[in-house]
Write a protein that binds this ligand. Structure first.
Ligand code: CA
Length: 234
């Protein structure tokens, strides 16, 4: 085993799902480790210090959120939740507890690997160092931080200050879901309450200005009941 591969800790009690995740991630060049309960997952986390955790929420001994909570006491290790549950509340609660993203079962291999790459890439970036990143280009969208300008396919798009801040936040976290609460906190500050409507109105304006129509997700995905995600082109 080559030592420069990313170590992934897979915490999942379903044996078939665990084998699938192990096979898929190993084939993609990662070094997967396995645990089948919350307690085992925590023990493995302490002894192996993985680069990322793939976590099933429904574990036999404890709710997977216990593991998120425990890991977050000590570490910023990225956590992607594997959610078989239908309710958005579980995802939002897991994200609020400190998970970085989620995939809903059944998921495609392509989707899972894209999430892994996004989180590992974000983990390599220094915290808070994203706002002065000069120019960023994704999917034909160019965001110029210094001039606070946005272009789509070379054409300038006029955004308000708030709209620019929202788009800039999404682009800086491209590929990752951002919850409504997290976005409101970043854009309007921690004391702003009841801002979801305000956020949605701004998002609708941004998407219209970027030329997106309902059902067209070239740039931004609306994760219903959870938040928004900027689409990456990798
Ligand atoms: Ca399970």
């Amino acid at each position: 085993m080559s030592s420069n591969r990313y170590k992934l800790l897979i915490v999942e009690d379903d044996r078939q799902m665990r084998s699938l995740l192990t096979a898929v991630t190993e084939a993609a060049g990662y070094a997967p480790l396995n645990a089948s309960s919350c307690a085992e997952g925590l023990a493995m986390f302490s002894s192996h210090l993985p680069d990322l955790i793939l976590l099933d929420l429904g574990l036999p001994d404890q709710d997977g959120r216990r593991l998120i909570h425990a890991v977050r006491q000590a570490s910023a290790c990225p956590i992607i939740v594997l959610s078989a549950r239908l309710g958005e509340n579980d995802k939002v609660e897991a994200l609020d507890e400190g998970a970085n993203d989620y995939v809903t079962k059944p998921f495609s291999t392509v989707e899972l690997l894209a999430r892994l790459r996004s989180e590992l890439r974000a983990a390599r970036r220094p915290a808070g160092g994203q706002q002065s990143a000069g120019k960023i280009q994704i999917n034909g969208l160019t965001l110029d931080h210094d001039l606070r300008r946005v272009y789509v396919d070379g054409q300038e798009i006029r955004l308000t200050q708030i709209e620019f801040n929202i788009l800039s936040l999404l682009v800086a976290n491209s590929g990752r879901v951002l919850t409504y609460a997290a976005m409101i906190r970043e854009v309007w500050g921690p004391t702003d309450v009841g801002g979801v409507k305000k956020l949605q109105v701004n998002m609708a304006n941004i998407r219209r200005k970027l030329g997106e129509r309902p059902g067209d997700n070239r740039f931004i995905l609306n994760e219903l009941g959870v938040g928004y995600r900027f689409v990456t082109d990798e």
